[in-house]
Design a protein around this ligand. Structure first.
Ligand SMILES: Nc1ncnc2c1ncn2[C@@H]1O[C@H](COP(=O)(O)OP(=O)(O)O)[C@@H](O)[C@H]1O
Ligand SMILES: [Mg+2]
Length: 360
């Protein structure tokens, strides 16, 4: 009999409730029994349990010696989509192999990646050559049913709506204006409606990329797949721990030379479109740091251009003219209009951008 505390400790249970709501309690209650059943069915011995963002993961062995991972998700639809994508990527060594699945309950049996160090835990960003191999591997998808997977356009809507809900978080609100996020949302919506379409990983941050030894290189796990512009999957590597806008441009150049059909302009625009959302997610987890600052700078670049245009328009002469027009009924100087307040707030945030930074 498995120790119920090994199957799910209180902290992990709280994390799952925070992610899926109180309804997940019933699933937590039957989890020990479920795990026991899969151990018998798939001949497993479990050594370690991990709670990720939306699952409980058990690392162990099958038939005593073959390294495997049992992944259980409270929402079977999520497991179903993950399984569909993993099966489509069997031809590439850069995606984890799905060994078996019980999709009614949301149980996946995966190969164990060795040593399996997360790219996010390594001091250096993986080199462009390895990231490019992984991204090129993801482009070799076959035999998936696109009709059953969400589109990137749908994914963009749910992502921005979820992240919009975090704007009032006390760690976020002093640093991120709703306008910056709305501008990113508009850009992402526009990008999601075009581009080279295919099967996307959809959640390729560096905690979902594991190292698998010298010959195999990097391996992607945990897809939240969708159908859409393949450029989207390159954003996380391009922005991870970048120190300057110039470095972002250098990474884009490197990747686009190595991944066939990767579009430089679209990747840059995706980076700008998602920067504010990524900054918000980061701020909810840790205090502001250089990465957050870079992301906010990147998100504000095009708004800075907009601000420059509006200040040119709002020269003293224009302001007097506008004020004169408004004056007959009530003196409402431009300074007090919402547009000016927004522009002033954005200006305060973007004042530190060196003029050498490229804004496209
Ligand atoms: N196939 C695997 N091989 C080795 N470790 C894995 C494997 N799958 C998951 N893990 C470990 O479990 C953690 C959570 O798994 P993941 O699939 O990312 O779940 P979540 O959806 O909850 O984020 C990973 O960060 C990794 O440390
Ligand atoms: Mg994960």
């Amino acid at each position: 009999m498995l120790d119920p505390n090994f199957v799910l400790d209180d902290d992990s249970r709280d994390r799952l409730i925070a992610r899926f709501g109180a309804g997940v309690d019933a699933w937590c209650a039957v989890l020990p029994e479920m795990v026991e059943r899969y151990c018998l069915r798939w001949h497993l011995e479990l050594d370690k349990a991990v709670t990720g963002n939306g699952s409980r993961v058990f690392i162990g062995r099958q038939h005593g010696n073959h390294g495997v991972v049992l992944k259980l998700t409270p929402d079977p639809a999520i497991a179903n989509e993950e399984a569909m994508a993993l099966r489509a990527w069997t031809a590439t060594p850069h995606v984890v192999d799905l060994l078996d699945a019980d999709l009614e309950t949301g149980a996946l049996l995966l190969e164990k990646i060795e040593p399996g160090t997360k790219a996010s835990d390594q001091p250096e960003l993986p080199p462009a050559s390895e990231a490019a191999e992984l991204l090129a591997g993801l482009r070799q998808a076959a035999g998936y049913d696109g009709g059953q997977l969400p589109t990137l356009a749908q994914g963009v809507e749910s992502m921005f709506s979820r992240i919009g809900g975090l704007l009032s978080n006390p760690r976020v609100s002093p640093l991120v204006t709703p306008q910056i996020l709305a501008d990113g949302h508009r850009k992402a919506r526009e990008l999601a409606s075009g581009g080279p379409t295919g099967l996307l990983h959809g959640d390729l941050h560096l905690s979902n990329i594991l190292r698998a030894g010298r010959t195999r290189g990097l391996v992607a796990i945990d897809p939240r797949p969708g159908i859409g512009d393949l450029t989207f999957d390159a954003v996380d590597w391009t922005l991870d721990r970048a120190a300057s806008i110039d470095e972002v441009h250098e990474r884009i150049d490197q990747l686009c030379q190595l991944v066939p059909d990767m579009d430089r302009d679209r990747l840059w625009r995706w980076c700008q479109a998602t920067a504010a959302a990524l900054a918000i997610l980061r701020l909810t987890r840790r205090p502001p740091d250089d990465t957050t600052q870079l992301l906010l700078k990147l998100a504000a670049l095009s708004l800075r251009l907009w601000f420059r245009r509006s200040t040119t328009l709002l020269s003293d002469e224009t302001m007097h003219r506008e004020n004169a027009l408004l004056a007959p009924t009530a003196p409402r100087p431009w300074k007090t209009t919402a547009r000016c307040r927004v522009a002033r707030r954005i200006a305060a945030k973007t004042r530190s951008i060196p003029s050498s930074d490229r804004a496209q």
